[in-house]
Design a protein around this ligand. Structure first.
Ligand code: Q9C
Ligand code: ZN
Length: 341
């Protein structure tokens, strides 16, 4: 399997976040990438390559051009500071007046700062996701975009949840030109951005399994009744689960989600891959064991369609590596055209 790495993106290192009315340590940091790479190093069935930073013209197909310009220009003008919003548009008819000191127009939380290096970092991860999708389009069975920052919380014109550009959506949108796409989001947080981007579309069917947003980020979406709109009605499903969910309660829900996705007869699968469901994740609240990630991947593999993995969350630096190794194990065992195993 080819692994497309974004690199650690040292120039996007949030110094802290505002959460629950307090300043809290930043969880989404470059060390996550090092931990993931350490976990899979030495596996000869993986080819790890640095994704190339290329032009991303197709970003406009999933993100608003004004939003992209705002991100790019605001980062260019930042120096050593981390820019946080302090006020959000508070009326539905509020005046749109993009303001470089007040990014609230384009973001939805106070956990996700902009730094000078943020836009480039997000582009590098988007390139990794795109290049993994292109490998699948060329006929490979699995590819993995390993990196940060994550993307699945980023909507068409809003960043948040440590996400700025939605690599999962970019991969799905690219593959949708070739055939029906299924997106399975197994990050512990609801993939609100991916849901939002495809909410009216029929060519990309989206499912997310996550902690009940009643008591977990992103709070304001991810409920079971959100099923799509317009032509996209019934093309989105959410599976909110209770805090403390463990391997045994997770597995039947995963099977249900995959069965529902398979009804669209997808030609491709994109997995938004979060390891923040692990029992020792510092912010997740689920209780999946490291070993379960092997079962999870083996179950996903049964869908039997070419699959792109896009790294999303996972914040235990101690466990990220073993989670990735466990997940990749059933996917590298017998690849299409590989008779070596
Ligand atoms: N004090 C992803 O996993 N902040 N995003 C939680 C913790 C937001 C997570 C607050 C969590 C976003 C990609
Ligand atoms: Zn998450």
């Amino acid at each position: 399997m080819r692994v497309f790495a974004s690199g650690p993106n040292e120039n996007h290192r949030p110094p802290y976040e505002f959460s629950g009315g307090r300043v809290e340590r930043a969880w989404e940091i470059p060390d996550r990438v090092t931990a993931l790479l350490d976990g899979i190093a030495g596996d000869s069935r993986l080819t790890i390559e640095q994704a190339t930073l290329a032009k991303l013209d197709c970003l406009h197909e999933i993100h608003d051009p004004d939003y992209l310009a705002f991100l790019k220009e605001t980062c260019e003008y930042l120096k050593d500071e981390a820019l946080f919003p302090s006020v959000f548009p508070y009326r539905s008819d509020s005046t749109r007046r993009p303001n470089r000191r007040q990014p609230g127009e384009y973001c939805f939380d106070t956990h996700t700062p902009l730094l000078a290096g943020t836009f480039e970092a997000a582009c590098r991860m988007a390139c990794a996701a795109l290049q993994a999708a292109e490998a699948i389009a060329r006929g490979e069975q699995f590819a993995y975009a390993l990196g940060r920052p994550p993307g699945h919380h980023a909507e068409r014109a809003k960043y948040g949840g440590y996400s700025y550009l939605n690599g999962t959506a970019l991969a799905a949108n690219t593959l949708a030109k070739l055939g029906p796409v299924a997106v399975l989001d197994v990050d512990v947080h609801h993939g609100n951005g991916t849901q939002h981007i495809f909410y009216e579309r029929t060519d990309v069917r989206t499912a997310s399994i996550h902690g009940d947003p009643t008591n977990l980020f992103p709070y304001f979406s991810g409920y079971a009744e959100e099923s799509g709109t317009g032509r996209g009605l019934d093309c989105n499903r959410n599976f909110p689960l209770q805090p403390g969910t463990g391997d045994r309660d997770y597995q039947p829900v995963l099977e249900t989600a995959l069965e529902w996705l398979s009804k669209a007869r997808p030609a491709f699968l994109v997995v938004a891959l979060g390891f923040d469901t692990h029992e020792l994740d510092p912010i997740g609240g689920f209780k999946l064991t490291t070993k379960y990630f092997t079962r999870m991947a083996a179950t996903i593999r049964q869908l039997n369609v070419p699959t792109v993995l896009v790294q999303e969350g996972g914040y235990s630096l101690q466990h990220l590596g073993e989670c990735a190794a466990a997940f990749l194990q059933p996917l590298t065992f017998m690849e299409r055209g590989d008779n070596s195993a």
